[in-house]
Design a protein around this ligand. Structure first.
Ligand SMILES: [Zn+2]
Length: 161
């Protein structure tokens, strides 16, 4: 049962009966969570509130407090079950495609990073060659042309996208 189904199946009174507790004619019981002689815990259809100590909650809270167990354990104690929701085929496909798309973008991003790194290195290298070689020599001219190309690539690789 889901928590909603449990609440529909058990009222606060049903739960109180498990512990031998019964509300008086005005719907109060002596609070089990603090010592008192006059009943100051008001019992509603699906909740409780103690005017003495402020304890309040629903049927799960009550069982949890009474037995000193967790809310989750109280839920199971009252017959609760968690249903594993089955994924439909199209949901699985959508998840699969979303993951593939994410992987693809990540690879693209990594490729771009790598290309930028190589580009920066080449710009440095050709720049060095230009300063170290005789101007207008074959090596200088070749490096100059290659540097122009890398500078052009640099623009493209660093365009905001
Ligand atoms: Zn109380």
């Amino acid at each position: 049962m889901t928590s909603e189904e449990i609440k529909a199946a058990y009222s606060m009174r049903d739960v109180l009966a498990r512990y031998g507790l019964q509300p008086n004619r005005s719907g109060f019981i002596c609070c089990p969570f603090h010592r008192e002689k006059t009943a100051s815990m008001k019992i509603y259809q699906d909740s409780y509130y103690c005017f003495g100590c402020g304890a309040h909650g629903d049927i799960f809270d009550f069982v949890s407090e009474m037995e000193d167990i967790t809310f989750r354990e109280a839920f199971f104690e009252l017959g609760g079950t968690y249903e594993q929701k089955k994924e439909t085929f199209s949901e699985r496909m959508a998840r699969y495609h979303a993951r593939k798309e994410r992987d693809r973008r990540q690879r693209q991003e990594e490729d771009l990073k790598e290309q930028r790194k190589i580009n920066n290195e080449l710009i440095d290298i050709y720049g060095d060659v230009l300063t170290l070689s005789a101007p207008l020599s074959d090596l200088w001219t070749e490096s100059y042309n290659k540097l122009q190309y890398q500078l052009y690539l640099h623009e493209i690789l660093n365009e905001p996208r």
